[in-house]
Design a protein around this ligand. Sequence first.
Ligand SMILES: Nc1ncnc2c1ncn2[C@@H]1O[C@H](COP(=O)(O)OP(=O)(O)OP(=O)(O)O)[C@@H](O)[C@H]1O
Ligand SMILES: O=C(O)c1ccc[n+]([C@@H]2O[C@H](COP(=O)([O-])O)[C@@H](O)[C@H]2O)c1
Length: 214
Amino acid sequence: MTRIVGLLGGSFNPAHGAHRRISLFAAQALGLDEVWWLVSPGNPLKPAKGMAPLPARFASARRQARGTPIRVTAIERELGTRYTVDTLRELARRWPKRRFVWLMGADNLAQFVQWKGWRQIARTMPIAVMARPGYDHAAVASPAMAWLRRYRTSAAGIRNRIGWSAPALVYLRFDPDRRSATAIRQADPHWADSLATGGLRDGVSHRPIPADAA
Ligand SMILES: Nc1ncnc2c1ncn2[C@@H]1O[C@H](COP(=O)(O)OP(=O)(O)OP(=O)(O)O)[C@@H](O)[C@H]1O
Ligand SMILES: O=C(O)c1ccc[n+]([C@@H]2O[C@H](COP(=O)([O-])O)[C@@H](O)[C@H]2O)c1
């Protein structure tokens, strides 16, 4: 059967418990076979200032994912892509036998219209948005939601794999999780200093995911 992979792209500056929690929750709710974290070389909308180096963010993600089936990757570094629309096109080319779901928090839906080719992203794969305290109102009232609303479906729609289509939008609500990387950086601006950053070799993950055979 076709494997369904949930993709959580992020700065992970640093990774925290909410990333793990929303990933595992989405995996269960949507019946995902795998979850990949895409540790971004640099969110195009976020300033480079204050962004820890990729190896440190990658190491923090590996630490948070330990003991879970989540696969931590730096695929965008490997593919040389920066914008999500380009990354997703490459992923579909490399892994043609898998189906993907884009996962993101409500804060990202609120500013989704600022992303390059956001409608194209929505046409490429279903999107699951995770509720996030403080952002849900802005997300639901956002211009992206005005367009995506007509494509709303239930988690079961994805889980049952029946009539798989895109655009499709699922809004997942669970116990609100207030954790954020911003709060961690405020409490510990030097969080990256103590991390062993051996998980990336020349910017490439130690355990690259084999491409699907044609
Ligand atoms: N507490 C949370 N609830 C729901 N989604 C979350 C939560 N924390 C992060 N996410 C989502 O996880 C993805 C990666 O998040 P990111 O690495 O930017 O962490 P962050 O805590 O939002 O960081 P920052 O505070 O620096 O903006 C994004 O799609 C984001 O919306
Ligand atoms: O492609 C874009 O235009 C774009 C704009 C903003 C954010 N993104 C992606 O959104 C994901 C979440 O980013 P962040 O910083 O909120 O964790 C990450 O994979 C970014 O590369 C992508």
